[in-house]
Design a protein around this ligand. Structure first.
Ligand SMILES: NC(=O)C1=CN([C@@H]2O[C@H](COP(=O)(O)OP(=O)(O)OC[C@H]3O[C@@H](n4cnc5c(N)ncnc54)[C@H](OP(=O)(O)O)[C@@H]3O)[C@@H](O)[C@H]2O)C=CC1
Ligand SMILES: O=C(CO)COP(=O)(O)O
Length: 319
């Protein structure tokens, strides 16, 4: 049995594809109304038009859901600590697969580190890469990275979670995988803002390339293998998120660039992650100019036009 914590778009999509491949899936939603809707109507407003297979059972009992041997977590990153802290069921030996992308703004920790801290007996893994929830739920072909520091557990999870439409590549580099997924959201906001402001696609390509350089720089500071960053979890997801209006992070940037109101109800992980990265870069002395300027723009300390001028006026340097 597999559990998924978080019945948002991504958690539900993963539950759908796993259930379609024959797994029994327990899907935890915090609201009893959402549980009722899923179990009775087999529909959810988070994934309109998708019929949820009978093998998915929704519950609002967090401890029940957390008692499965494999627990996927797909709640927003800034809620991860609170969700894990609420679980009192023993999780020693539980394979906790983090599907959220971000850095905790209060602690500066990534999602695997947060999990190791709060559930020391559990085995954290990361599932990340280029994938829109709607694509996964429709059974469209998708490839992701499955990262687990324990190679044997990683192999078992890869076999357990791969489906005919969801191809998983394996790595033991959890730091590279989680940072690739977290940091690309910040660059996607920058790219959206660039297009929204009318700076053009050449400028976006430059932002993606220099954004990738700073993602790699920070990840390597934490001991990541740079090859992980060139995989699904880094470059793969960067390409998707920086070029598609399906991405909430990209759309957030677009709205900023166009001076339109931003959607404050959407899960836009890059906003808090930009703040977390800015704190980390200053503390560690790692040069992260795009992420830092995204933080300034998202906190309305500077306009998109000023941000672009600031980036262009940096001193000239070697590539
Ligand atoms: N959507 C996508 O295409 C992808 C998303 N992801 C990642 O998955 C994670 C979740 O995103 P996504 O599913 O899209 O987000 P959604 O906005 O669709 O859903 C968020 C979910 O988290 C729940 N939630 C919100 N706040 C809390 C809280 N304080 N405690 C417990 N649960 C809470 C919501 O519950 P409620 O409904 O009750 O508000 C909802 O079920 C993010 O880190 C995102 O980056 C990764 C890849 C693809
Ligand atoms: O992570 C994603 C695609 O891989 C989803 O992107 P958004 O969170 O920006 O919608």
């Amino acid at each position: 049995m597999i559990s998924v914590l978080g019945a948002g778009a991504f958690g539900t999509a993963l539950a759908v594809v796993l259930a379609q491949s024959g797994k029994d899936v327990t899907l935890w939603a915090r609201s009893p109304e959402a549980v009722e809707a899923i179990n009775v109507t087999r529909q959810t407003s988070r994934l309109p038009g998708v019929t949820l297979p009978a093998k998915i059972t929704a519950t609002s009992d967090l401890n029940h859901a957390a008692s499965a041997p494999v627990v996927l977590v797909a709640t927003p990153t800034q809620t991860l600590r609170a969700v894990l802290s609420q679980i009192t069921a023993p999780m020693t030996g539980t394979r906790i697969v983090l599907c959220c992308k971000g850095i905790d703004v209060e602690t500066g920790m990534g999602v695997a580190e947060t999990t190791a801290h709060l559930k020391p007996g559990a085995i954290p893994a990361i599932l990340t890469g280029p994938s829109f929830a709607t694509d996964i739920a429709q059974g469209l072909p998708t490839a992701l990275t499955l990262a687990c520091a324990d190679p044997e557990v990683g192999k078992a999870l890869q076999l357990d979670l791969a489906t005919p439409s969801l191809r998983l590549y394996r790595t033991t580099d959890t730091i590279g995988a989680e940072l690739g997924g977290a940091l690309k959201n910040v660059i996607a906001i920058a790219c959206g803002a660039c297009i929204g402001e009318g700076m053009g696609e050449s400028a976006r390509a430059a932002l993606m390339t220099r954004g990738f350089a700073e993602m790699t720089r920070l990840a390597m500071h934490f001991g990541a293998d740079p090859r992980t960053l060139t995989g699904m979890s880094g470059l793969g997801d960067l390409m998707l998120t920086c070029t598609s209006e399906k991405s909430r992070n990209y759309r957030h940037g677009l709205a900023l660039g166009r001076q339109d109101p931003v959607d404050r109800t959407a899960t836009v992980e890059g906003v808090k992650t930009a703040e977390a990265v800015t704190r980390l870069s200053k503390r560690l002395g790692v040069d992260m100019p795009i992420s830092e300027i995204v933080f300034e723009v998202t906190t309305e300390n500077c306009s998109v036009a000023e941000a672009i001028t600031a980036l262009l006026n940096r001193s000239l340097k070697e590539e």
